[in-house]
Write a protein that binds this ligand. Structure first.
Ligand SMILES: C[S@@+](CC[C@H](N)C(=O)[O-])C[C@H]1O[C@@H](n2cnc3c(N)ncnc32)[C@H](O)[C@@H]1O
Length: 437
């Protein structure tokens, strides 16, 4: 059996030192390493928690280390990181146990470094109750929420006082939500079956298609999932397809993998519409096909295509979904590494790509049809500023307000574009619609 901390250090190394995505690296570890079922929860907690609070954790290590962070071996640094995480943010693991585990694991990973690890961690334990001193509110927020200063400044500039709510929301532990394939079963029936199977489940509050499941019990091994009744999808994302589906329309989804929203469009149009789903990556197009198969859907034609290519054969043919590649600042709850992997230059580049994709998308919409532009970011430059730029350049389109009612975490613009602020149950998300005259 592989030890939970050792797996955590290995996965963290893949994410932080080799650029892997946390969810993929973790899935891979769970399917390949020999881990006790009861340890999986702890490994998940340690990895997501350490990534979430990495900035603050590194600052603590820096304070107690005689060696600069950059010069500490990757494995040793990652052992220190997971240990500080457990001591500062988890109260169920006794300090002596964390220290012992850290020292023993270091002996395995790096000769001669166990004394150093012991010293840094004991230094932290001794100073744990000392008050931290910060040069500014920004620095304090950066430490407490563990966000880079530039990202906090962006939220502050764009959302004013709500920035703290956003930072806290992005640090929430997400609940898992599932969309019910109503071609197979009603939500009521699916919920009843999950409750009968012992899941802690309830209906999502806003989407009429979702079920929220609490606790660690995985639904992936559940027959309802295998039979194509359930799809893992955030509740924010579940709101998109119903805003695009209209009677007797066909659809194009320009950036569609893994097909979360495309398959929802197919379900809502009784699997009778013609749906063209594109993605730039072949491996990702395969994921759309796998999802179609599991859900028993036939109306989607999934193909590799760069959304920037203009395809004249499809001009004026369909309602279009452009769920654009974006900076992902709204999904930090689920991919905390985004805090440290994105930079402002990348955000500016994305705006250019998104505008080019919007230009291409416009040509596929027929008169009276809808173009829906959504992202999972909170950066207004990628959101309302883009769709306003589009409207300025395309007077043949007018805003079609998103009307999903008032909620504390919903912010509408005057045109009816919706930003969903992140929290326990929903990702940060942006939805806008325009109709062609
Ligand atoms: C936000 S994700 C889409 C999620 C998807 N709509 C869903 O609900 O499951 C954006 C997708 O755009 C794809 N992508 C990025 N650049 C693209 C391009 N130039 N053309 C087409 N797809 C692209 C990415 O591979 C990624 O799968």
């Amino acid at each position: 059996m592989t030890n939970a901390r050792e797996v955590s250090v290995d996965v963290l190394g893949k994410v932080l030192n080799q650029g892997a995505y946390s969810n993929i690296a973790l899935d891979h570890a769970f399917s390949s390493a020999d881990i006790k079922e009861e340890d999986k929860g702890l490994v998940t907690e340690i990895i997501y928690g350490t990534l979430k609070y990495l900035l603050a954790i590194d600052r603590i290590i820096e304070k107690h280390s005689s060696i600069a962070l950059k010069k500490i071996e990757d494995d040793v640094l990652n052992i220190l990181r997971i240990s500080v995480y457990q001591m500062k943010y988890l109260d169920r693991i006794p300090t002596y146990a964390v220290l012992n585990e850290a020292v023993e694991l270091t002996k395995k990973k790096s000769r001669g470094a166990s004394g150093f690890v012991n010293g840094v961690l004991r230094g932290y334990v001794r100073s744990q109750n000392e008050k931290m001193v910060f040069a500014s509110t920004l620095e304090k927020d950066s430490f407490n929420f563990s966000f880079p200063v530039w990202m906090i400044e962006l939220f502050k500039e764009q959302y004013g006082k709500a920035y703290k709510k956003i930072l806290a929301g992005l640090n929430e532990r997400p609940v898992i939500t599932y969309r019910v394939n109503t071609l197979k079963m009603t939500r009521e029936e699916a919920l009843k079956r999950l409750l009968d199977l012992g899941y802690d489940a309830r209906k999502t509050l806003i989407s009429p298609y979702g079920i929220e499941v609490k606790g660690g019990k995985s639904v992936a091994g559940n027959p309802l999932f295998q039979q194509g009744v359930l799809t893992v999808q955030d509740e924010s994302s579940m709101l998109v397809a119903p805003l695009l589906v209209e009677e007797s329309r066909n659809y194009m989804d320009l950036c569609s993998a893994p097909g979360g929203k495309t398959t929802h469009i197919a379900e809502l149009s009784d699997d009778q519409a013609e749906i063209h789903a594109f993605d730039i990556y072949e491996a990702k197009v395969k994921l759309i096909e796998e999802n179609m198969e599991r859900l028993g859907l036939h109306s989607i034609i999934a193909e590799v295509n760069d959304g920037l290519n203009d395809l004249p054969a499809y001009h004026e043919s369909a309602n279009v979904l452009l769920d654009a590649p974006c900076s992902g600042l709204g999904i930090i709850r689920k991919k905390p590494e985004i805090k440290y992997t994105k930079n402002q230059k990348e955000l500016a580049e994305l705006v250019k790509i998104q505008r080019r994709l919007l230009e291409t998308a416009a040509a596929y919409v027929p008169s009276g049809g809808i173009l829906l532009y959504s992202t999972c970011t909170l950066n207004k430059k990628e959101n309302e500023e883009n769709i306003r730029w589009f409207l300025d350049n395309h007077p043949e389109f007018t805003p079609l307000p998103v009307e999903l009612g008032e909620q504390d975490h919903f912010q509408y613009t005057e045109e009816g574009f919706l930003t969903i602020l992140p929290g326990k149950t929903m990702d940060g998300f942006f939805i806008s619609r325009v109709r062609k005259k």
